[in-house]
Write a protein that binds this ligand. Sequence first.
Ligand SMILES: *[C@@H]1O[C@H](CO)[C@@H](O)[C@H](O)[C@H]1NC(C)=O
Ligand SMILES: *[C@@H]1O[C@H](CO)[C@@H](O)[C@H](O)[C@H]1NC(C)=O
Length: 446
Amino acid sequence: MTSGGGGGGASKAAAAVTPLRLQHYLVMAGVAAAVVLACLRYAPAAATGAGYGFVLPAAPHHGHARVVVPAGAGAGAAARDRDEEEEDADTAAPAAPPSVVIFNFGDSNSDTGGMAAVNGMNLNLPEGRTFFRRPTGRLSDGRLVIDFICESLHTPYLSPYLKALGADFRNGVNFAIGGSTATPGGSPFSLDVQLHQWLYFRARSMEMINLGQRPPIGRRGFRNAVYTIDIGQNDLSAYMHLPHDQVLAKVPGVVAQIRYTVEALYAHGARKFWIHGTGALGCLPQKLAIPRGDDADAGGGDGLDAHGCLKNYNAVAARFNALLADACALLRRRMVDAAIVFVDMYAIKYDLVANHTAHGIDRPLMACCGYGGPPYNYNHFKACMSAEMQLCDLGARFVSWDGVHFTEAANAIVAAKVLTGDYSTPRVTIASLVNSTTALPNDQQP
Ligand SMILES: *[C@@H]1O[C@H](CO)[C@@H](O)[C@H](O)[C@H]1NC(C)=O
Ligand SMILES: *[C@@H]1O[C@H](CO)[C@@H](O)[C@H](O)[C@H]1NC(C)=O
């Protein structure tokens, strides 16, 4: 839907060479300057204006939660292991063989290193400074929500699909790439491309099985996997230069892409879906730092709500989430043998800002790593990782890491709430979803 030119294959570097693409990226530029800066640093000097943005993934936990998936829940993991014994036999994975399989689709909010790997981008500290103590390709000082989800499931962090060294796909694959859109062609690794990568990965895996080889994930793994999706933030951000009503008119098309993706995955055997809504985009320092008139589009006055967030951005995010929740409800009625969980990330992230003092956060609208100081410490041209960045103290509690992405501290809070299942529709935890067994009519043994 974004005008965006041609195929989705062009890389950021290539984009810089093609005027049309550059124009497109300029539109996208509103989205995520951290990446832009990173690109400027490591790409040819001509690569100005490449803009990228992002979104986030979800988390699970055990606790209450009934399993939504029909079929004898209970001994899910055990059954899975048994069915995969053939595979697990040699794969002598130490301790417990990975019975958790997650296929994640999304943008930078859940990118565990894919964008960096694809672009050959060597991020520097302070990226990763708080937890990993080194840059990992994540755009944060530490873990992302998807990382906390994996920890809660006692499974390793997900390897990016395009990571050439050290990838381990036994517990799933992360197709998320920073800057990705749900809209085809809106970014090099838009959701349709991620879907095709999954189809490719699946086809190669089946090919291996047919050759008597052992892929990292077997038939059972594909079927019992949880398919997590967290995307849309970049699409919405890219439209925000349009009049408010036109932006709202674009939202259904973005949601439709996510719905198509779920349908396509389902058609290929996926049955467990964990879908994140988008956050309160109007509370991001990057958006707040964009110069605005005295009466910004949707809101009255300065366009800010009671908590200092941009009303028009949040209205668009809320619309997106409402439509995405509706789409999930529709899919639930159509795919009666699937579990489709929608997670209200907006409520979680908006609460983080609105009730920030309760979370020990002083400045919820200010980036930890950026430029310019209060109120937002964000400058599109002097973002985090630029030579002039102004960095908050290690240990300081900020919501925003670089103006677009959350800090480890914020992601921990968000993940903890995601893991309760209280923000899920239906109200289940991701752990129970992982453990549940699906009853598939055409369920063949591996
Ligand atoms: C999921 O299964 C594992 C292994 O059987 C178990 O330890 C865990 O408590 C289960 N979690 C839930 C939420 O059922
Ligand atoms: C702030 O916290 C209160 C008390 O938990 C809650 O009722 C309210 O909904 C929260 N505000 C937002 C905007 O989430």
